[in-house]
Design a protein around this ligand. Structure first.
Ligand code: ADP
Ligand code: MG
Length: 264
């Protein structure tokens, strides 16, 4: 029988490895990754570009096969989906309206039309998109499209929300507004979130914990508790986060430089 997870863990990843082969080489994208995420926790993973962050998230989401190791979920409630993913480039259906996109996950769960539309409209009102319910994605700004993608993920109420650099394509100001909006939603709904970013400040603003990854092959090199109370204010953080920011940058800097050296 499978071992049960520790009491408050929603996800446990143990000794996960993944190898890719291309035409002329084979390489480990992930090597011996182990970590767990507790109920209601907001965990950020930071690492240099190409270190295997997306690969890790795709394996957890079941979109990609692992080579070895274990990915275990605590299955408390069989009505909820295990995971729901938000990608960097929204992943909205271009032929569906905002409302149709948002309610899609609920439709997949077999929730009746009236109920899923009601829930979706309520959520869209809450995030200020009520005027755009019947709009198609191509008519919206990048920030609005990403809000729709987030609404779609939140509303399906997964056991763990997987976010892969969801604000990576947005300009710096929009990104700040979106981060604040995401924290507000998370605080209200107490979701469990695994959030990937290469942006150290973003990880510090959002996360309870930050897992730092090395360059290829991706390994965890640190697990850092973020020492700031919630709700967080960006201005307070900016005054006080120098120490943790420098600490993470010191860990990452060598990895980035190594990676540059390898490719020259
Ligand atoms: P990150 O998200 O951290 O930037 P990825 O997980 O996308 O990194 O990729 C990790 C490494 O694996 C990169 O070097 C990438 O080029 C490589 N890679 C990703 N997917 C594949 C694949 N399907 N086949 C071969 N190599 C891949
Ligand atoms: Mg990626």
């Amino acid at each position: 029988m499978e071992k049960r997870l520790s009491a408050d863990h929603v996800l446990e990843v143990t000794s996960l490895s993944k190898e890719f082969s291309t035409r002329d080489s084979r390489f480990f994208a992930l090597e011996d990754i182990s970590f767990s995420v507790s109920e209601g926790e907001f965990v950020c993973i930071v690492g240099p570009s190409g270190c295997g962050k997306s690969t890790l998230l795709r394996i957890i989401a079941g979109l990609l096969k692992k080579d070895s190791g274990k990915v275990q979920f605590e299955r408390k409630n069989f009505v909820r989906p295990r995971t729901s993913m938000v990608f960097q480039n929204q992943g909205l259906f271009p032929w569906k309206t905002v409302l149709q996109n948002v309610q899609f996950g609920l439709q997949m769960q077999g929730i009746a039309k009236k109920e899923r539309e009601g829930l979706s409209i309520e959520f869209l009102n809450k995030i200020g998109l009520s005027k755009f319910i019947h709009a198609y994605p191509y008519t919206l700004s990048g920030g609005m499209r990403q809000r729709v993608a987030i609404a779609r993920a939140f509303i399906s109420n997964p056991e763990i929300l997987l976010m892969d650099e969801p604000f990576g394509m947005l300009d710096a100001q929009t990104r700040i507004v979106m981060q604040e909006e995401l924290l507000k939603l998370w605080q209200e709904r107490k979701h469990t979130v695994l959030y990937i970013t290469h942006d150290i400040e973003e990880a510090i603003f959002l996360g309870d914990r930050i897992l730092v990854m090395s360059g290829r092959p991706g390994k965890f090199i640190a697990d850092i508790e973020v020492p700031f109370d919630r709700p967080r204010s960006r201005s307070e953080l900016l005054k006080n986060d120098a120490e943790i920011r420098n600490h993470i940058w010191d860990l990452l800097k060598d990895e980035v430089i190594k990676d540059l050296g390898e490719s020259r």
